[in-house]
Write a protein that binds this ligand. Structure first.
Ligand code: SAM
Length: 464
């Protein structure tokens, strides 16, 4: 397991000599794929939290101005707790009109020190730590341990268990040198209520007051909008859905892009959302219901097998998969991937073998997508990884394999170009867009200080 924090400030040689062979291979591959030479720079990008939070507004139900007011009101109330006059900036993005960009609290202005009390500690797991750094509170399922003396309303110090050695409900002081200080909060539950046998773990366990990232926390009713990374918001705009389209979202759960597409279509047209996991389809349905979107039909289905069917149409709406060839106006293939663009990352345990398994699945999904797309139809492919095998090399494979697909500009282009020498020509590298540690946009920093992401867009032509 790679603990990125421990790699910062050391020479490449020193870091590589300390890593296991499999970890070394992943780090070397990442450096090559993002055109970096310095491991510290890569590790720093991974451990740091994106400075800006982005919210995608459900413009079908509300306005950007209203949501800006809702967020500002909450931050103003918090500024009283923080003892400051200024709140973080809350603005509409200059390009994506349904995106609001929120800055950070000034992390230098506070004494963000852990409480000097061993008895007031809460240990949380890594996914919970990541969510808290991005502005969430601590929810009960993420808590690994809590000091027995903590009472409801006490100030507590929150640490993430980066070593993954803390057992659920651990009773003693968790004396691990690698636990990462996340911030301070107020306990909303006690140890007893958290770990009681047969009790369902739900609700907020710690309400965060300060985090080392300074990312503000606020809540929005789901029908107004939701937190989404900037490139993910951009991705649905690249698809450019039109209100009468029939759209396929092949790998749709939890449905963040599905609902965005549905909202852009103003509740018209039809979106078929597929995912192979039944539980996840329930999430899509729930999200659509919460956002009052009725133009989505979600099905549990393996999208690699979604073609070769005889689909039924009832009152102008298509029913369950599989579907006929040449059915959809637009297809989004937001592919399952190695997710090596996620930030912040407190640790990384993906093996080379696991990372290598994704291109095969992505190729099978592409084969289905190309069949299902109408001539002149649009296909958008995206991943949240930095690896070229799942990005640039995949696009190169697609162009060689499907002569009826043409690479077109993934507009609006915000990110940097794709990597050269990975099968794409210089011109093709500029048709795709990539977000990662080597891309920086100093005029609009929120557009580059974000997660790693890749977007390519294709058009289906009849023949070449
Ligand atoms: N587009 C989603 C969003 O924005 O909310 C995120 C999709 S996530 C990157 C990839 C999804 O692909 C996962 O939910 C996974 O269950 C699904 N998946 C993996 N293999 C699949 C397959 N063969 N058919 C359909 N879905 C699949």
């Amino acid at each position: 397991m790679i603990n990125w924090s421990l790699l910062i400030g050391n020479s490449n040689l020193e870091v590589l000599s300390r890593l296991k062979e499999s970890e070394k291979n992943i780090v070397k591959k990442l450096l090559m794929d993002v055109s970096l030479t310095d491991i510290t720079k890569l590790a720093h990008w991974y451990v740091s939290t994106p400075t800006y939070t982005t919210v995608r507004i459900n413009t079908f139900k509300t306005t950007v101005e209203h949501v800006i007011e809702v967020i500002k009101l909450q931050l103003c109330k918090q500024s009283v707790d923080h003892g400051v006059n200024d709140i973080p900036s809350v603005k509409q993005d200059s390009l994506l009109k349904d995106c609001i960009v929120i800055g950070c609290w000034d992390v230098n202005r506070k004494l963000l020190q852990p409480l000097n009390k061993k008895q007031n500690e809460v240990i949380i797991d890594i996914p919970c730590g990541v969510s808290v750094l991005r502005g969430a509170n601590v929810f009960a399922p993420g808590v690994m341990a809590m000091s027995p003396s903590v009472k409801e309303g006490d100030f507590v110090t929150v640490y993430a268990d980066v070593s993954k050695k803390c057992l659920k409900g651990f009773l003693k002081y968790y004396d691990d040198p690698y636990k990462k200080y996340i911030g301070l909060g107020i306990a909303k539950m006690t140890r007893k209520s958290l770990f009681e046998i047969n009790r369902q773990q739900i609700g907020i366990a710690v309400e965060m007051k300060e985090t080392v990232s300074g990312v503000p926390s606020f809540t929005l009713p789901p029908e107004l909008g939701l937190l989404q990374n900037y490139p993910s918001i951009l991705c649905s705009h690249v698809l450019n859905p039109q209100s009468e389209d029939l759209i396929l979202d092949m790998c749709a759960a939890p449905g963040n892009k599905t609902t965005h597409i549905a909202s852009l279509m103003k509740g018209k047209g039809q979106i078929i959302a597929l995912d192979k996991t039944e539980k996840k389809i329930e999430r899509i349905k729930e999200n659509c219901k919460n956002q009052h979107l009725n133009n989505v039909s979600a099905y549990v289905f393996d999208a690699t097998k979604a073609f070769d069917g005889n689909c039924i149409t009832e009152r102008g709406r298509v029913k369950a998969p599989p579907y006929n060839e040449n059915t959809f106006d637009r297809i989004l293939l937001d592919a399952p991937c190695s997710a090596l663009g996620q930030r912040p990352q407190l640790s990384q345990s993906l093996s080379f073998k696991q990372a290598d398994s994704f291109p095969l699945l992505q190729k099978r999904l592409f084969k289905a997508a190309v069949k299902l797309l109408k001539p002149n139809g649009t296909l958008v492919f995206s991943t949240c990884t930095l690896l070229v095998t799942e990005n640039e090399s995949m696009v190169s494979w697609v162009l060689n394999e499907f002569l009826d697909l043409q690479l077109v500009p993934a507009e609006p282009i915000v990110g940097g170009p794709g990597n050269k020498n990975c099968g794409l020509t210089e011109e093709q590298c500029h048709l795709v867009q990539k977000f990662g540690p080597s891309y920086c946009n100093s005029s609009f920093p929120h557009q580059s200080d974000t997660v790693g992401f890749f977007i390519a867009k294709f058009k289906k032509i009849k023949s070449r």
